[in-house]
Design a protein around this ligand. Structure first.
Ligand code: SF4
Ligand code: SF4
Length: 103
C-alpha cells in the first residue's frame, strides 16, 4: 500500500529552534535552517518531500507552531490533521490506548 503523503507548515517566526521536531521525525524530513528568524533562532524546515503526515513533529513541538496536513486520496487536496493552538497549560494526548493481554 502506498504511503500517505503529508506536508507540514511551520510558523517560523515563533519557532525557537529546539530541534525536538527534527529528532522526532521518522522520515528524517526536518532540519534547522541556515537562516534565522526575527527572534534570532534557526527554525525548522522540511528538507525532503517524504512527509507521511504522522504528526510526531507537531505533537512534540513545545511552542505548538507546526501544522500537519495529509493528502485526501480522493481529492488530492491536503487537509490539516494536527494543529495545536493557544497552549497555556499541560495537555494530555492519548494515542490508541491498547489493552494489555489478560485483561
Ligand atoms: S508529520 Fe511526521 S513525517 Fe511529516 S515532518 Fe512531521 S514527523 Fe516528519
Ligand atoms: S519543535 Fe517547534 S520550536 Fe522546536 S525546532 Fe521544531 S518547530 Fe521549532
Amino acid at each position: 500500500m502506498a504511503k500517505i503523503r503529508g506536508d507540514i507548515k511551520v510558523d517560523i517566526e515563533k519557532c525557537k529552534g529546539c530541534e525536538l521536531c527534527v529528532v522526532s521525525c521518522p522520515q528524517n524530513a526536518l532540519a534547522l535552517s541556515d537562516g534565522i528568524n526575527k527572534q534570532g533562532y534557526h527554525y525548522a524546515v522540511l528538507i525532503e518531500d517524504v512527509c507521511t503526515g504522522c504528526t510526531n513533529c507537531s505533537l512534540v513541538c513545545p511552542d505548538a507552531v507546526i501544522t500537519v496536513y495529509r493528502e485526501d486520496r480522493k481529492t488530492g487536496k491536503k487537509k490539516p490533521v494536527a494543529e495545536l493552538r493557544n497552549v497555556t497549560g499541560d495537555i494530555k494526548i492519548e494515542v490508541g490506548a491498547e489493552e494489555e493481554e489478560g485483561n
